[in-house]
Design a protein around this ligand. Structure first.
Ligand SMILES: Cc1cc2nc3c(=O)[nH]c(=O)nc-3n(C[C@H](O)[C@H](O)[C@H](O)COP(=O)(O)O)c2cc1C
Length: 210
């Protein structure tokens, strides 16, 4: 039984569109992989979970053996394996609650008040990167506010940004436009992963390789 739900949770739905855009850039960048940064925000890494957390009831978590993954973290790790880029977690100073209703309360309040959470993690030398994969879960049909904090911290002019997203069902919503507004001189590319829980299919390494 346990194995079944673990396997089930490891299954993602993929809605891929225009894969030739973003991932082609990464493919071109192979061999000079230090210019690729995979930035992501995820519940895991921003929440203190109990060791014995029941991932099934936690709505958006994956458990693989002893390791707990956030959905976005999982996809980010796949992209990292494929591209060899550097992985960077957007980490907030204040952690989010582990109970889903409470994170909903905190996240909702941040969203309504357009709060910019203080970040605990910072990219040392953004100048080193020309391609940035940017992954986030959809929160309230929008970027999580921590991603606004990230995008307002750096000048990403001239860089290619390839957003990828995980969500219950919303998909990218208007977040590509939002990212472009926050970084008007960056080249924001459509075509990144759009992964939903509702359609169950497995994200495989081969999908990233396309
Ligand atoms: C605070 C909060 C708000 C959310 N809002 C939405 C939403 O508006 N639309 C949606 O489809 N999913 C929404 N979700 C679901 C997440 O986008 C989804 O579970 C995502 O895959 C979580 O990724 P993570 O495990 O990397 O944090 C929300 C989740 C949370 C915790």
């Amino acid at each position: 039984m346990k194995r079944t739900w673990i396997a089930g949770l490891l299954l993602f739905a993929l809605v891929l569109s225009g894969l030739d855009t973003g991932y082609a850039i990464a493919a071109e960048s192979q061999g000079t992989d230090s210019n690729i940064l995979i930035v992501y925000f995820s519940r895991v890494g921003n929440t203190d979970f109990l060791d014995d957390i029941d991932a099934v009831t936690s709505a958006s978590l994956l458990k693989d053996g002893d390791k707990l993954y956030g959905n976005t973290q999982y996809v980010a790790a796949m992209i990292q394996q494929r591209t060899g880029g550097d992985l960077f977690l957007i980490e907030t100073e204040e952690k989010y609650p582990s109970v889903y209703e409470q994170i909903d309360e905190q996240g909702g309040e941040e969203h309504r008040n357009r709060v910019r959470p203080k970040l605990a993690s910072h990219v040392d030398s953004m100048d080193d990167y020309s391609v940035i994969f940017l992954g986030y879960p959809i929160w309230y049909y929008d970027l999580p506010m921590a991603v606004y904090s990230f995008l307002e911290e750096y000048d990403l002019s001239g860089k290619a940004i390839i957003p990828f997203v995980t969500s219950g069902a919303s998909g990218f919503t208007g977040t590509l436009d939002t990212i472009q507004e926050l970084q008007p001189n960056a080249d924001v590319r459509p075509g990144g992963f759009d992964v939903k829980h509702s359609k169950v299919a497995e994200v495989k390494q081969e999908d990233v390789d396309k």
